[in-house]
Ligand binder design. Structure first.
Ligand SMILES: Cc1cc2nc3c(=O)[nH]c(=O)nc-3n(C[C@H](O)[C@H](O)[C@H](O)COP(=O)(O)O)c2cc1C
Length: 179
């Protein structure tokens, strides 16, 4: 099974990236888990470029999405919304459609106890209109994230670990059903 994990933060010490790195350990060892770290390489979405000269970074993102059996997005909330860099990436794949019917999990994580609920809702709406397969029981909002990670980025909160395990189980099931 091939999983593409996309963090919505560009920060080196991103908590969202740490959650995805921890989630990697919950998949069977024969899975291929790819952490996509190239959001910053994508140009600003412009439909003219999409028609005329699609750049290599966009071709690569589309390829990774196409090859993936399942996708996980894990994002912070910026100013009550989805970070621009993540929304920009999604805009690039509206017309090419690689997320259509793709088993997908959404996680938001924030230092706030609300867990980035507005970004979560907005991202879910965008993915719904893109016809991604948002797998039931496979999405999660993680509040007070700083208290749930160790200094080395391991998830230490038992409830969050259990929720991530359930998320992975449901995502794998959905991906296998689609093969
Ligand atoms: C410009 C800016 C705006 C932010 N807006 C929100 C917000 O609306 N809601 C929220 O819960 N956190 C907000 N935060 C806090 C982020 O959730 C926090 O920095 C988080 O750790 C970023 O995720 P990361 O650790 O994966 O980079 C904001 C942070 C920045 C820098």
């Amino acid at each position: 099974m091939r999983i593409l994990a996309i963090p919505g933060s560009l920060r080196k010490n991103s908590s969202n990236k740490a959650i995805l790195q921890f989630t990697r350990t919950l998949f069977p060892s024969d899975s291929t888990f790819i952490l996509y770290e190239s959001l910053a390489d994508l140009p600003h979405f412009n439909p003219d470029l999409d028609d005329e000269q699609v750049v290599e970074s966009v071709i690569q993102l589309r390829h990774e999405l196409k090859m993936a059996d399942a996708v996980i997005l894990c994002t912070p909330e910026y100013a009550y919304g989805v970070p621009g860099s993540l929304k920009n990436a999604l805009d690039w794949i509206v017309s090419s459609g690689e997320l259509m019917k793709k088993p997908t999990s959404v996680i938001s994580a924030s230092p706030s106890f609300m867990g980035g609920d507005k970004a979560f809702a907005s991202l879910t709406l965008t993915l719904t209109v893109m016809d991604a397969h948002l797998v039931e029981g496979s999405s999660l909002m993680i509040g007070s994230v700083a208290q749930k990670l160790s200094s080395t980025g391991e998830v230490t909160d038992s409830y969050t670990i259990a929720a991530l395990k359930q998320m992975v189980k449901n995502l794998i099931q959905a991906a296998l059903a689609q093969v």
